[in-house]
Design a protein around this ligand. Sequence first.
Ligand code: ARG
Length: 466
Amino acid sequence: MTSRMWGGRFAEGPDAIMEEINASIDFDRDLFRQDIAASKAHARMLAACGIIEADLADKIDAGLDTILREIEAGAFTFTRELEDIHTHVEARLTELIGPEAGRLHTARSRNDQVATDFRLFIRDAIDGLDDGLRDLQQALAEKALEHAGTVMPGFTHLQTAQPVTFGHHLMAYVEMMARDRGRFADARKRLNESPLGSAALAGTSFPIDREMTAKALRFDRPTANSLDAVSDRDFAIETLAAASLTAVHLSRFAEEIVIWSSAGFGFIRLSDRFTTGSSIMPQKRNPDAAELVRAKSGRIIGALTALLIVLKGLPLAYQKDMQEDKEQAFDALESLELAIAATAGMVRDMEPDKAAMRKAAGAAFSTATDLADWLVQALGLTFRQAHEVTGRIVRLAEERRVPLHRLGLAEMRAVEPRITEAVYGRLGVSQSVNSRTSFGGTAPQNVRREARRWLKRLGKDQAGLR
Ligand code: ARG
């Protein structure tokens, strides 16, 4: 009982159920690095401000290093009785250096401590996610460059619409990931203020230097309002919102991988490295990694929803409800990191079946828009007239059960007498994609340019030249 940090005014220990619901050590132990870093910064600052002796700060620092090594080595004993990571570190420090360890908690509270640790944790997670997303963009852009001229059907309503290039399709995700990275970077900027020194909620009477601890922990500045600082979890919510949208992007892509690798489509093949077999059907090759990426979005969005709901009714400042901010956030960010890595792995692994894609690209009169465009450009029809004429030609081809480019000139002329032989130069899938040279269009030359531009930029990102 005496090992409890707040035991002074209590005569009895807590009920076992109380202990179980109260303890957060089972999950907040993941904050140990951040907790120790923040304590080291706090101790140094206390000494620099003359609040503790310099040699005590040295002892605290060395003790904290020992604790870090012990936890990293798995040689640290965690117990629910000690509630959370903050009390564990302090209790162990007391064992190591004696009761003077109790001076470390001068001018701080677990409230500003946990707010600081959690910010540091989320900041680290954002940096890791950014690296992962950068790598995924690179995998996509490399594959896109390789397949800038590989034709596939583009879909709307999942119905064959117009031919596009596989490279162009992959580059669409590079754009999405760029926005995702932008959202994380934006959240990181707002997150990067130090709550440390806000103490329980009101600040402190000790002459502390909050700039100093902020700087030591690579925060841009200290937070400006102590009540806000200990009760704010916006940084976690913003990050989970960015994570949710990223997860939705990955899930959409995963769904496409599932569709593309199905027998009905047969557009891509995933190797043994990213598929599994069936225990009963020997022929099966299941895209489990893609399916799990698709499913991870559920728990990530769930974490965002949970935290929004935990926060929505809370008065200022710290409430114990806020302890429920961590577990799902940790899980969500870890799940996202894994989903990003799995997606990059699948992108590098996937082999498109060019012949199957080309065949599908030419099916279902996919170049009908090219025919209509030609009628406008060569014959001067309005697009509406051209749409009508093309519709009738498509109906004819459908009746004859032939693709557009197999319909005879005489048959086309029966619909529009001014059509010439030149129209056939527009009805193939390669001609179709080659013609889409408008900015942002699918033409192979555009895709090559975009893929190269991105690869250059991503190389600079990697070298930290942003
Ligand atoms: N384990 C707590 C949490 O995660 C730390 C803060 C506890 N503060 C308090 N006043 N009980 O929120």
